[in-house]
Design a protein around this ligand. Structure first.
Ligand code: GDP
Ligand code: MG
Length: 160
């Protein structure tokens, strides 16, 4: 039997992307989502959500000894965030490139932070820093049943 490899049907790398409260308040939700959409990644989860304190602390637990940690938790819980799961080959590193450097003043023009933000403490978007953290963060922010398995109609035009 001939086996045909269909890349768009395989489970690929996943990342957790989140539009932070400043991105929502500033009306940048559509702009930010469209950058990932146009690139060609596949969205598998999306919700508007008010993040409880404990979830923010768990998400950023690696930073809990930093002096800015209380401010960071205050910022993330200050209003609704947009939680997203995205899938694609190399999506973790590519999304970090699309997002740009942590400090928006150092982020390249053309990146989300480079184009749309000025301060580290208001840098509009989060992206997982490794495939392991991508899985961990998606499991943390989404319940089972909130994620969607689907095949975009454009898949064969993006993936050979
Ligand atoms: P990221 O992976 O590029 O988001 O950066 P980090 O993982 O190093 O930090 C997580 C988040 O903490 C950043 O996106 C900022 O929102 C916040 N943060 C990091 N460093 C600072 C800082 O020095 N001051 C403030 N106020 N926030 C910071
Ligand atoms: Mg990080």
């Amino acid at each position: 039997k001939r086996r045909i490899f269909l890349p768009h049907l395989q489970k690929m790398e996943e990342t957790y992307i989140m539009i932070k409260p400043d991105g929502v308040q500033r009306g940048l939700v559509g702009e930010i989502i469209s950058r990932f959409e146009k690139k060609g990644f596949k969205m598998t989860g999306l919700k508007l959500f008010k993040c409880p304190q404990e979830l923010a602390e768990e998400h950023y637990k690696d930073l809990n000894s930093k002096p800015f940690f209380p401010k960071l938790i205050g910022y993330i819980t200050s209003g609704p965030v947009v939680c997203m799961a995205w899938e694609g080959d190399g999506v973790v590193a590519s999304a970090r490139k699309l997002i740009g450097a942590t400090n928006p003043l150092q982020a390249e023009p053309g990146t989300i932070r480079g184009d749309l933000a000025v301060q580290t403490g208001r840098n509009v978007v989060h992206g997982s820093d490794s495939p392991e953290n991508g899985k961990r963060e998606i499991a943390l922010w989404f319940k089972e049943g909130e994620l969607c398995e689907w095949t975009p109609a454009q898949a064969p035009w993006l993936l050979e």
